[in-house]
Write a protein that binds this ligand. Structure first.
Ligand SMILES: Nc1nc2c(ncn2[C@@H]2O[C@H](COP(=O)(O)OP(=O)(O)OP(=O)(O)O)[C@@H](O)[C@H]2O)c(=O)[nH]1
Ligand SMILES: [Mg+2]
Length: 329
């Protein structure tokens, strides 16, 4: 894959080599990647973007593998779907057999043309984790994958931002984590459309189920199934149980993901979520553009001078910012 057109055509045709090449260009902030993205953008907007987030080791990768395997089959009246997978900063690999005990099925996943897996290290994301992930997801979307699964470790704001890229966010917990309600990050629960307690074969399941259900009920009273007046019915996040290593509960999880997608489309929330996501992206690009323009016109030395003055308490940060932004206008 040499030039721009070849890259764009290759991605639109779902060619793996072109896909891999473009994703690398994007991760490296290469201008060729940016211009290819510009051309691909018109072809995005079809994939169901599903975020899978949760504490380290809760079984996200195992679940992603299982979900992908099931989506490749015709299930519950749904046709087989192609699946793009983005794993952000994975500590456990998707390929190599360690994730799935069943090596035969792992081989199926690795050799399946309808599945594309991309792992990215957050440290390597030059343009910021959320933005680089957004671009990678756009490429997979344009390439025609029906579902894009995005795995992130739910730890900080960056991961929550990544989760916000998704139409549907699945938060994965494991038994024991729910014992201490304080330990459950409110921010993570806030973004959950579906809650999964994986490792349901482990002790402590009941108390985790209870803890999560009570938190959900606080945020989503069951009496409020219908919102005020003509507003769409509210979505109450289901609390599901899975054993990823034994393929238990995966059908219910995939059904919940499909149901949520259908709910978003029927209520018009799909569009609303897309719009607010795109607004965040637009604002980011504007900020970057303006900063770059501002830097190039800044008088030499003024920035360092202002920093020195700040340090010496001669000027406040607010005053310094004013001086710096007015210097070039
Ligand atoms: N007992 C049990 N073990 C599981 C289950 N699901 C996953 N595991 C194991 O838990 C470990 C972690 O699983 P992963 O799928 O790598 O978890 P992860 O959340 O992706 O981990 P990170 O990406 O490192 O945050 C592996 O050893 C899995 O085999 C389950 O349902 N039951
Ligand atoms: Mg993982």
């Amino acid at each position: 894959v040499r030039n721009h057109d070849e890259l764009v055509t290759g991605v639109l045709e779902g060619k793996r080599l072109a896909l891999a090449r473009l994703l690398t260009l994007i991760e490296n902030d290469d201008p060729l990647g940016v211009s290819a993205l510009d051309h691909l953008y018109a072809h995005t907007g079809h994939a169901h973007l599903v975020g899978i987030t949760g504490a380290p080791g809760s079984g996200k990768s195992s679940l992603v593998n299982q979900i992908a395997l099931l989506l490749r089959q015709t299930t519950g009246g749904q046709p087989a779907r192609s699946v793009g997978i983005v794993a952000v900063d994975p500590t456990s690999p998707f390929t190599g057999g360690a994730v799935l005990g069943d090596r035969v099925r792992m081989r199926d996943l690795a050799g399946d043309e309808g599945i594309f897996i991309r792992s990215m290290a957050s440290r390597g994301a030059l343009g910021g984790l959320a933005r680089t992930t957004a671009s990678i997801v756009q490429v997979l979307d344009a390439s025609g994958f029906d579902v894009v699964l995005i795995e992130t470790v739910g730890a900080g704001q960056a991961e929550i931002d990544v989760a916000r890229l998704a139409h549907t966010t699945v938060v994965v917990e494991a038994p024991g984590m729910g014992d201490d309600i304080q330990a459950i990050k409110a921010g993570i629960l806030e973004i959950a459309d579906i809650l999964v307690i994986n490792k349901a074969d482990r002790p402590g399941l009941e108390s985790t189920v209870r803890a999560l259900r009570s938190i959900i009920e606080l945020g989503h009273p069951t009496q409020l199934q219908q919102g005020p007046d003509n507003s769409p019915p509210l979505w109450s996040p289901p609390v599901l149980q899975t054993i990823a290593t034994r393929s238990v509960g995966i059908g219910e999880l995939v059904k919940a993901i499909d149901d949520h997608g259908q709910y978003l489309r029927e209520t018009g929330l799909w569009q609303i979520r897309d719009r607010s996501r795109l607004e965040v992206e637009l604002t980011h690009h504007i900020r970057t553009e303006l900063m770059e323009r501002w830097r190039t016109t800044l008088p030499a030395g003024l920035y360092q001078q202002m920093l020195d003055d700040l340090l010496a308490r001669k000027i406040s940060p607010h005053q310094a910012a004013k001086r710096l932004t007015q210097a070039n206008s």
